[in-house]
Design a protein around this ligand. Structure first.
Ligand code: URA
Length: 221
């Protein structure tokens, strides 16, 4: 990584339920996003492109069924999606991943859960929640940064109240602390990420990270 060695105390390949998407395009785009000189405009473009690639991976094993269709030449049986997953975005930064995901699954139903991180306790506090029917289907919960895992864990608990058949969690970056916390609270939820970073700092930011994802997406500070 750019000649600067950094290591993570977790072996990402040995963690059950954690999928690190190591595709070169994903890794390249992520490096560009991390640079502090990357503008909001470039950051948004990269985020769209990377979320599309991550969505491709998180949906890789979606169930398909054979259906009969007619081409201009003949009748035949071909695969089609058995079900369209729903997507739940953790506001506000989750919407950054949502756009790319919806490019891959345009007919997905979308829910939002608003959680803010109390800067003193780092605990998640819910201020908004609206879901489509999630019961019995697959739900993909999206949030770019899996830091302490508090918001993600609270969002997953809320989603579980709707009784989906399965849940997947999709993020751009994960901290070892967040992965541990999420897997302890929700061992049934597998995680897809572009990177397992080194650690959290004392303020709860992922290191080396990319800074505050919401601020970088929306140009706020
Ligand atoms: N949220 C962010 O936006 N960045 C971090 O590093 C951690 C949480």
């Amino acid at each position: 990584m750019g000649g600067i060695a950094y290591c993570c105390r977790m072996d990402k390949n040995a963690i059950k339920g954690l999928h690190v998407v190591e595709h070169p395009l994903v890794q390249h785009k992520l490096t560009e996003m991390r640079r502090k000189t990357t503008t909001s405009q470039s950051f948004r473009t990269l985020r769209n492109e990377i979320s599309l690639l991550l969505a491709y991976e998180v949906t890789r094993e979606l169930p398909i069924q054979e259906v009969e269709i007619e081409t201009p030449l003949m009748k035949t049986k071909m695969p089609q999606l058995n079900e369209v997953p729903s997507v739940v975005s953790i506001l506000r930064a989750g919407n950054g991943l949502l756009e790319g995901v919806l490019q891959v699954i345009p007919d997905a139903r979308v829910g939002h859960v608003g959680l803010y991180r109390d800067h003193d306790t780092l605990e998640a506090v819910e201020y908004y929640c609206k879901f489509p029917p999630l019961q019995g289907g697959m739900t993909i919960v999206v949030d770019p940064m899996l830091a302490t895992g508090n918001s993600a864990s609270a969002a997953l608990s809320r989603v579980k109240e709707e009784e989906p058949a399965s849940i997947r969690f999709l993020c751009l970056l994960a901290a070892p602390e967040g992965v541990e916390a999420l897997q302890e609270a929700h061992p049934d939820v597998e995680i897809w990420t572009a990177s397992l970073d080194e650690r959290l700092n004392e303020k709860g930011y992922i290191m080396p990270g990319l800074g505050d994802a919401g601020d970088r997406i929306y140009g706020t500070t």
